[in-house]
Design a protein around this ligand. Structure first.
Ligand code: ME8
Length: 516
């Protein structure tokens, strides 16, 4: 079953507060993947948005003296603003308070009810508002939620239940027959182990407050926030409103989530879809958790740091690159200011930024700023051949890493080409060739190869560093935008047109001096 559109999502985040580094981590990773797929010529639909119902939002709004809708309306722009500052290229932004979401959610619930998948029962248990989740006593530490440090509320009420217990076998069968449905493998084993112990039915409505989507056949109840939230992935693409569109886009190719919400995405969500015989997401990828390490920020918590602070210091490209390169996607990771400065200076200021300015400077100085004639095969010597080999190996390695959802490996691989271009400059020493008239054509060949290498880097790095890639593209005198280029067609050598005028410009990544 292959579908034309590549559909990728982030979680929809709770807007009880502004975004922090953790939210930005998932969103940047998803953006990297979305941009990469577009650069491969795929049509992409990239969805993100906000989760606006439930008690957490309600209590936050009350504390601020606002209605929940007033609260969410005033805070959502704080989110979209951060995504814009990080060059997030989402195709849509769904808010769960929108009519296009709420109507179809009611239809979904009614269908489940009509099929006998929902029944009325009583729930008695402990509810953590921070998690928006009922907790089992053995999940608490000294009676408190280990994530929020708060004592959960004792709740006893009449709730509707979804017959989740019926789906344990089908879920296990899915994970065993389609291992890529939950990644990384360790996460799949985690849910597999839990579900093998059996599943309880799930409480899916609440009666003690009314900030949510009403249960359509019984409006004393609102739909449990998680059940409403998960459906954003289908309501945004036409479920219950535009069936043709829904069939064209759904199922999602990848739902990116953090490990904290693995259960909802790999157990509850597929079970609900199974109950309605709807196609299942192809992959749920749960990445690890970030923490703050290092000296400079040791007193801050990750959730207390605004992405803006780091964007101001490193630029959006530096931000995106660092988090995707330094932390192995899937595992937990440490963010530290020191590591970020070190990575930025070595990879971006030195390896990539310096290379670009050296090459553009030499073309200006030695060749009057014009791209020379495209070298013929016979003019290529061993160093050129080796650089071409490294480039081809690099592009293949990036493709493999991105197929494996290993963005850190893709960037590691990319640097093999950047480093080879740097060593090529040292090897062929254009400044020596420039002193000898007899070497004029050799100088042209060498500088052509280097300029073309920059063009290839701009295509290669666009998905992770769109700003620098566009700048470099236009400095090479190239027309249009990298964004509109398709890598497999343009990833060959020799496509930089002769006679293009290059410009030098400011350093792409000015070095960051660390305080003494
Ligand atoms: O859970 N490290 O929203 P949320 C890495 N509304 N990623 C982190 C992180 C950290 N320290 N902290 C948060 C919700 N995240 C629900 C989702 S989806 C239908 C509903 C990221 O605002 C990570 O992606 O609590 C995590 O899963 C998500 O933010 C939780 O965001």
């Amino acid at each position: 079953m292959s579908k034309e559109i590549f559909y990728v999502t982030t979680p929809i985040y709770y807007v009880n507060d502004v975004p922090h580094l953790g939210h930005a981590y998932t969103t940047v990773a998803t953006d990297f993947v979305a941009r990469y797929r577009r650069s491969q010529g795929r049509e992409v639909f990239f969805l993100t948005g906000t989760d606006e119902h439930g008690q957490k939002i309600l209590r936050t709004a009350e504390a601020a003296g606002l209605s929940p809708k007033e609260w969410t309306d005033q805070i959502v722009p704080r989110w979209t603003e951060v995504w814009a500052a990080l060059d997030i290229s989402n195709d849509d932004f769904i808010r769960t308070t929108e009519a296009r979401h709420e109507g179809p959610v009611q239809k979904f619930m009614q269908d489940l009810y009509d099929r006998g998948e929902i029944y009325l029962g009583r729930y008695e248990g402990l509810y953590c508002v921070g998690c928006e989740q009922f907790k089992q006593p053995d999940e608490l530490v000294d009676g408190r939620c280990p994530l929020h440090g708060t004592v959960p509320d004792a709740v006893e009420e009449e709730n509707y239940f979804f017959r989740l217990s019926n789906y344990a076998d089908r879920l296990i069968e899915l994970w065993e027959t389609v291992p890529s449905s939950v990644l990384p493998e360790t996460r799949r084993n985690e849910v597999l182990g839990k579900v093998r112990g059996g599943l309880d039915d799930l409480s899916i409505s609440r009666v003690s407050f009314d900030w949510g989507v009403p249960i359509p056949w019984d409006d004393k109840h609102v739909i449990y926030v998680w059940i409403d939230a998960l459906q954003n992935y289908i309501t945004a693409v036409g479920y219950g409103s535009d069936e043709a569109r829904f069939e064209r886009i759904w199922p999602a190719d990848i739902h990116f989530v953090g490990k904290d919400i693995l259960w909802f995405h790999t157990v509850i969500w597929p079970a609900m879809l199974m109950a309605l015989e709807l196609p299942l997401p192809k992959t749920v990828f749960a990445h690890g958790y970030l923490q703050v390490g290092g000296e400079k920020m040791s007193k801050s918590t990750l959730t207390g740091i605004s992405p803006h602070d780091l964007i101001d210091a490193f630029g959006s490209d530096g931000y995106r690159y660092y988090f995707m390169r330094d932390i192995s996607f899937g595992g937990d990771g440490d963010f530290s200011w020191e590591a970020m400065v070190a990575r930025y200076n070595s990879d971006l200021a030195n390896d990539f930024g310096n290379l670009a300015s050296r090459v553009l400077n030499m073309i200006s100085r030695y060749l009057d700023g014009s791209v020379p004639r495209v070298p013929e095969e016979a003019e290529m010597t061993l160093p050129e051949q080796s650089m071409i080999d490294v480039q081809q190996g690099t592009f293949a390695a990036i493709e493999k890493a991105m197929d494996d959802i290993a963005p850190h490996d893709a960037l590691k691989a990319a640097w093999a080409f950047v480093r080879r271009a740097n060593s090529y400059v040292e090897e062929v020493a254009p400044w020596k060739l420039a002193k000898d008239d007899a070497e004029r054509r050799r100088l042209e060949v060498v500088l052509y190869q280097l300029a073309d290498a920059l063009r290839l880097m701009s295509l290669m790095l666009f998905p992770i560093m769109p700003k620098a890639a566009e700048k470099l593209w236009s400095r090479l005198g190239l027309e249009g935008r990298v964004e509109d280029r398709i890598l497999p067609e343009e990833g060959r050598w020799g496509l930089l047109p002769e006679g293009n005028k290059v410009t030098i410009g400011d350093p792409l990544f000015p070095r960051i001096e660390t305080e003494a």
